[in-house]
Ligand binder design. Structure first.
Ligand code: FAD
Length: 382
């Protein structure tokens, strides 16, 4: 096996998992992250606190012995709980027998567990506070901005795991070796919190809660501290859009009419709404994920960010890592053949889940509440 000097850009979910897999193969890995070490200090306010992890993602963790650590704090969700504007909540099981679930996981805890594992692995060096600003795909030379100034490095292989707004991808586009198309939704997202009520969950903890409202929706996932993280998926503009609620009275009035069960559960609702940022949602399409020659490739959201309505972005990124590892095994760590093989096996799948995720937005915000949908599900599950 050839031992290569590999740079992974981005120590998010994909990059830190990838570093663990590469180290296990005996490679020397430098993992560069623009943020400070997330294990020290507070996380970012209002930025996707939890996510749904399913079997696809768990498989990748199991293979490196991390499943039990991550699942220790997971909350299984057995189905959807629909909250209509008026009337009772409606539970829709994810499986016929009610025995299958997806798991609500703290994104920060998952990322920290992966960074811990990468740090503990032989051959991985972590560099926090290093923002990639330059990459020459022909030579593997890299430039980073750090609080102490510019740092230069070089690597035999550079893997961009730096998320939807990937700087690695931008460098490859600028070099003319990859073409990208980023399709933004007219909807954005904003997070709110439902705190624990007298130390208990304020809603049923074993469901993913959905407030379908036609052109928009809110979802809520449970957290280990018995709170729920709610995410509004609303149009950015227009009558029912984020921009239309410009002050405390408008926020209070809107939620009172459209989400009447929320204000009693969320005393900090108005403050959270006005203070938390609106995040953008989009799909990243690239014509290719790698540069011929075996020196550079993209992985995870950097290659194929998708909208979150199937809860599969991280799960899909973890599958990328497992597949790249498999391709390296099959090619005896020959990067020149492993990278195109990885892309060939993953790209159609990633494109498909990206399309399905867009379609599922319509289902979640609209169809799950329709009488026809409910009748069909009852027949299917009878
Ligand atoms: P990221 O998590 O974005 O990590 C990229 C890392 O690169 C970050 O640490 C960043 O700081 C770093 N970085 C960026 N630029 C640079 C640079 N220039 N130099 C160095 N480092 C850099 N997925 C699911 O599977 N289930 C869900 O339920 C789910 N829910 C979601 C809900 C929302 C609202 C959103 C927005 C996404 C959701 N996702 C979900 C998708 C999931 O969050 C992503 O697919 C996943 O985070 C991708 O991981 P990544 O490591 O590829 O990218």
């Amino acid at each position: 096996m050839t031992t290569a000097e590999i740079t992974v850009v981005g120590a998010g979910l994909t990059g830190s998992l990838l570093a663990c897999y590469l180290a296990r193969r005996g490679h020397q890995v430098s993992l560069y992250e623009r943020r400070p070490d997330p294990r020290v200090g507070d996380g970012e306010r209002g930025r996707s606190i939890n996510l749904a992890l399913s079997e696809r993602g768990l498989d990748a963790l199991r293979r490196i012995g991390l499943e039990h650590r991550v699942m220790a704090d997971a909350l299984p969700m057995r189905g959807r709980m629909i909250h209509p504007v008026a009337g009772p909540q409606d539970f829709q099981s994810y499986s016929r027998d009610g025995d299958k679930s997806i798991n609500s996981i703290s994104r920060g805890a998952l990322n920290n567990a992966l960074i811990d594992a990468a740090e503990a692995a032989d051959g991985v060096t972590l560099h926090f506070g290093h923002r990639l600003t330059g990459l020459d795909p022909a030579t593997g030379s890299l430039r980073f901005e750090t609080p102490d100034g510019t740092v230069r490095a070089s690597a035999s292989v550079v893997l961009g795991a730096d998320g939807a707004g990937s700087a690695t991808r931008a460098q490859l586009v600028a070099a003319g070796v990859i073409r990208e198309d980023v399709e933004f939704l007219d909807h954005g997202y904003k997070e709110l919190i439902i705190s624990a009520a007298d130390g208990e969950f304020a809603l049923s903890p074993d469901a993913l809660h959905i407030w379908p409202r036609g052109n928009s929706m809110m979802i809520a996932l449970p957290n280990p501290d018995r709170s729920f993280t709610c995410t509004l998926f609303w149009p950015n503009e227009g009558e029912s859009g984020f921009a239309s609620l410009d002050g405390p009275a408008a926020v209070k009035q809107y939620f009172g009419v459209h989400y009447p069960d929320l204000p009693p559960l969320s005393p900090g609702l108005v403050d959270d709404y006005l203070r938390n940022p609106v995040g953008r949602l989009g799909t990243v399409h690239c014509d290719t994920w790698h540069v011929p020659g075996g020196r550079t490739a993209l992985i995870g959201d950097a290659a194929h960010a998708i909208v979150p309505f199937y809860g599969q972005g991280a799960n899909c990124a973890f599958e990328d890592v497992v597949e790249l590892d498999r391709c390296l095994t099959e090619t005896a760590d020959n990067w020149e053949t492993a990278l195109p093989l990885y892309e060939k096996r993953r790209k159609d799948n990633a494109d498909a889940i990206g399309r399905m995720a867009l379609e599922n937005f319509t289902e979640m915000r609209d169809k799950v509440a329709s009488p026809i949908f409910k009748a069909t599900r009852k027949t299917e599950h009878a």
